[in-house]
Write a protein that binds this ligand. Structure first.
Ligand SMILES: [Zn+2]
Length: 260
């Protein structure tokens, strides 16, 4: 190989070296580009994650702030409730005290009854309010929070001596004096006894005076008894100068009911 050849060889070598260098450079550049691209992608991902984090943090802050305000409100409500509870306890104790004072001052129905009854020989007269039939009336507690109701004073008087009246029984006056509260003048009877008693004493205000006492009476009690002992007939009505209708009413008890 001559000088030229050697030179050429060197040049070729250089070219070869150069191209090798170039290839390496290009490879590196490609690698760098690739890495840069990856880096950008990663950076974008990081940015997006950061954004998400920021938004989550904001949501968290809002939630925390809401929670704080709810907690604050709840505390306030609790304080209000405590105040109301204290007020309630205070009022309740006042009511209890008032009840105790009231019960201490409250008179029993019997105490209130005897305060208004004149105890004397004979009938003990009630001096308080009466109903239209003359029976004394007094307020009694209805119990179970019910409104107070009025009861007859002679019943209270009887109960004060004898205890509770049996259900359905009436307290009647032997003395026929409605306002009388003398326990010795009172006796227990059925409602039927009461009605009989009332007719016997001519005290049914709906029918006025009974029997012979009635201004229009055509018969005496003895005549009524005689008629009833006989057989009903038109002749019997004529005999006593009354209509047949009147006669039938004697037998059915529409008239002269109090004569048994
Ligand atoms: Zn009496």
């Amino acid at each position: 190989m001559g000088l030229f050849g050697k030179k050429k060889e060197q040049t070729e070598e250089r070219v070869y070296e150069k191209s090798e260098e170039l290839v390496l450079k290009e490879a590196l550049e490609t690698e760098v580009e690739k890495l840069q691209k990856e880096f950008r992608i990663k950076q974008e991902e990081i940015e997006s994650i950061t954004k998400k984090l920021q938004s989550v943090k904001e949501e968290y802050d809002v939630a925390t702030s809401n929670l704080m305000s709810v907690k604050k409100e709840s505390n306030q409500k609790k304080m209000e409730l405590d105040t109301i509870y204290l007020e309630y306890k205070d009022i309740k104790s006042k009511i209890t005290n008032a009840d105790q004072i009231f019960n201490k001052n409250k008179k029993s129905i019997e105490e209130r009854l005897w305060e208004k009854v004149k105890k004397q020989d004979g009938c003990w007269l009630w001096t308080g309010s009466t109903n239209e039939d003359g029976y004394g009336k007094i307020y009694a507690s209805g119990g179970n929070g019910q409104k107070e109701k009025k009861v007859s004073v002679h019943r209270v008087a009887w109960e004060s001596i004898n205890g509770k009246i049996t259900d359905g029984m009436s307290v009647l006056h032997q003395c026929d004096n409605p306002p009388c509260c003398n326990p010795n003048h009172l006796f227990l009877g059925t409602q039927a006894d009461n009605i009989h008693d009332m007719y016997a004493k001519g005290r049914n205000r709906n029918i006025g005076p009974l029997g012979e006492a009635a201004p229009s009476a055509k018969l005496t009690a003895d005549q009524v008894r005689e008629i009833r002992s006989r057989k009903s007939s038109l002749a019997l009505a004529k005999e006593f100068g009354i209509s047949y209708r009147h006669l039938r009413q004697l037998f059915t008890g529409v008239r002269w009911k109090h004569i048994l």
